[in-house]
Design a protein around this ligand. Structure first.
Ligand code: C5P
Length: 326
């Protein structure tokens, strides 16, 4: 670990690790005036992690390596950069040299995959900068800063399994027993979250009732059945209760995803669902060895770009290496 003392003050490096998420339930309400949708979602963090290292620097910059790295923007639109800048502002570190960081993102979470990889990188940057700068914000305070960057950032900070309301940013921890074993099947190309929400609105508007009017979209409700199954810790009970209102929209944009879902079910998944806005498909297995067999079978079916085996719930963004200098 290198510690550098610059003219502006001491610097160091901090690395944070952050999980991907799948949505065990994603119920989408009507379009709001601000362009978002109210959701009721059950987030579940899984053991597929990005790592973000921040090093004190005069100016903020970012490099990205790993899974989908070339697709990640390197300018001010980068989620980790936005997070670092937002935290520097929120904590008054705006002077020359004091709020700059060199950011290195090592990606394993694919981009535009429905796994909240961008929000994960923002959450990791918040946690790492908070440690580097010794700014001492609580997870709740970091979540307030992060929610302005992406709806999934607060969950990436907390991890575990949690119910998300509002845009998804208002969280309550869910009571869950046991460990869940998943196979994730990555799509060949990504899907843009706004495009999938827009396709969802279009599909709903096209579903006219007998009176020729578009249907009234009900307020989303938390599935009590799913919550009870999660408390019981039984994947066989959880599997059929997984639900995602965005799935028809993701399938309309990438019809080949049907084949991936079908392959997962045929090879023994107890639940098969598009994760978030897709195109990643998440398959729930009975246990770790069933997940290994399922991963091999789904790979053999040739219906996706790559397959990984993960488990959840995983912890939220946390510092794994710190050379921060007070
Ligand atoms: O908050 P985030 O950056 O993840 O949102 C990206 C886009 O996804 C939003 O601009 C919006 O189009 C859509 N979205 C939505 N309702 C949500 C979350 C996201 O419509 N609850």
């Amino acid at each position: 670990m290198t510690h550098v003392t610059t003219a502006e003050g001491p610097t160091g490096s901090v690395t944070a690790r952050v999980p991907a998420k799948v949505n065990l339930q994603l119920s989408v309400g009507p379009l709001r005036e601000d362009g978002y949708h109210d959701v009721v979602t059950v987030y579940h963090a899984v053991s597929l992690f990005d790592e973000v290292t921040v090093t004190g620097a005069e100016r903020t910059s970012v490099v990205v390596t790993g899974e989908g790295g070339p697709a990640v923007p390197l300018g001010p639109a980068n989620f980790a950069v936005r997070a670092a800048v937002a935290l520097a502002r929120a904590t008054g570190r705006r002077g020359k040299g004091s709020g700059g960081v060199q950011i290195e993102i090592r990606k394993r979470i694919p981009v535009a995959a429905g796994l909240a990889g961008g929000s994960a990188d923002a959450a990791a940057a918040l946690v790492a900068c908070n440690e580097l700068w010794r700014t001492g914000l609580s997870t709740g305070e970091l979540a307030e800063v992060g929610a302005r960057i992406g709806s999934d950032v607060p969950f990436a900070l907390t991890g575990g399994t949690a119910v998300g309301l509002g845009r998804g940013e208002r969280l309550t921890t869910a009571l869950v027993s046991g460990t869940y074993h998943w196979v994730l099947a990555f799509g060949a190309t990504g899907l843009s979250t706004p495009d999938v929400y827009a396709a969802c609105d279009r599909l709903r508007a096209a579903r006219r009732g007998k009176d020729g009017k578009p249907p009234v979209i009900p307020e989303p409700q938390l599935s009590t059945g799913l919550m009870a199954a999660l408390r019981s810790g039984d994947p066989v009970a959880v599997g059929p209760l997984l639900s995602n209102d965005l799935q028809p929209a993701a399938l309309s944009l990438q019809p080949l995803l049907r084949r991936a879902l079908q392959a997962g079910k045929e090879h023994g998944a107890h639940g098969a669902i598009v994760s978030g806005s897709g195109p990643t498909c998440a398959f729930l297995a009975k246990n770790a060895s069933a997940a290994r067999d399922l991963a091999v079978a789904v790979t053999g079916a040739g219906v996706c770009r790559a397959v990984v085996q993960v488990s959840g719930p995983a912890p939220g963004a946390s510092v794994v290496e710190s050379g921060a200098v007070a």
